[in-house]
Ligand binder design. Sequence first.
Ligand code: HEC
Ligand code: HEC
Length: 422
Amino acid sequence: MRHKVIVPAALSALLAFAVPASFRWGGLELGSAQAQSTQPEAGGKISARGKPMIEDGRYIFRYDTFGDEQLWTDVLRMHEVIATVPPATALAVGLKVDADALPPTIVAALQGGQVDLKNPAVTVELLRLNAVVGVRGTVSNTGQLTSVGITCALCHSSVDDSLAPGIGKRLDGWANTDLDVGAIVALSPALDVVTKAEFNAWGPGKYDPRHHAFDGTNFIALNTPLLPIVIPPIYGLKGVGFETFSGDGPISYWNSYVGVGQMGGRGNFTDPRIGLTITQTPDLVTSKLPALLSYQLSLQTPEPPAGSFDREAAKRGKRLFSGEARCVGCHQLPNYTDVLGGRTVPFLHDPAEVGTDPAYAARTATGRYRTTPLRGLWQHPPYFHDGSAADLLAVVDHYDDLFKLGLTAAQKSDLIEFLKTI
Ligand code: HEC
Ligand code: HEC
């Protein structure tokens, strides 16, 4: 961990352990933070499946589809189209390949430029090897792709490009800023032309988790029009306590929301605040939430690459962050957020208070925004929930205008150097 922690981690950990499946998330019955701080951390525990929690959670995060083939195969028929997609195209829409899953012969062939990245049969072979990050495929003995499903790693993992661009060692927790989910979904033969065009307009690194939900059979309309938001990183969340841009609930609340309603996994989810209840048997999601949580809490913020910032300027920027630029009023240490601060309900901000688009918040359970816990900023532009700030200068300019800070060009540049270190 880069920062020393604290009560809230145990709090969100405990929440997932203690709550029954029927837990009313909206009620957020957290109890007192103090009582929870006496609970052991998730890390050392053995999961229901008999493996150490974190290891089990890593497996679930990377490989478990929760039975979401019911959406990606049965409804969207993605297996039909993926079997025709050349690997070069798959890489171009941001899919990543796990080099550790490749046998040495293929690694050597890739290094020697002998793999035909235009041949769709290679895509199917990569799926057979379980080498496509966040996508699980079943391939028959005759080489037919018979089903596909997705995992959490699709959106929240990248690779280190060590073998080739898009091919390398897994980097779990990193936002996949290249992933064009809209373009991928738009390939589905089950969608009409208008819907395809809408999905195609999203662009990389974005997804709209509030447009619809899938209940195992049907799509439930939630909000229109589509409003894709930035896929965030999920490292460095230990100690944060309330997740999502709008602080809707702890990690396991959101994992359940996404795993069931968005990924299309088979399971139960209910939240009266947003009027959504999904019930499916058997439930392949709920029992996995504790292990999944402990893995997420173990994901640490990556250090900025050597030489990626100016040390002296960053020191000056740090003083500005707490001083003249007034950032620390909301982005409080140790996690650069004020969402919890010992509270049992999230502390949030009206969109107008931070000069940000209210439309997304209006679709959430809280209607307001959480001060984003700043972490790995160098890794995941663009910024703000809607990606409205293309780079860190745009972030600083946004606050300089909004709060009439009157920062000089040199001060802005120092502040940016500091933000690159967070
Ligand atoms: C299709 C892409 C996609 C998939 C798959 C996906 N997520 Fe996410 N995830 C998102 C988006 C977009 C958000 C931002 C939602 C928000 O904050 O309102 C998000 C938010 C989160 C957050 C909150 C981060 C924060 O800063 O508060 C966590 C934790 C998370 N996801 C974990 C998971 C886990 C675990 C899974 C698998 C069960 C998963 N996600 C699957 C796209 C995805
Ligand atoms: C009044 C509270 C408040 C103050 C003051 C504030 N922020 Fe924020 N910050 C927020 C909120 C709320 C968000 C989420 C907004 C959104 O996503 O639309 C945010 C988001 C951000 C993000 C985007 C993070 C990401 O991962 O997308 C950055 C970077 C940031 N703030 C930096 C700063 C800096 C630098 C300052 C000082 C100049 C500052 N903030 C001052 C509340 C505040």
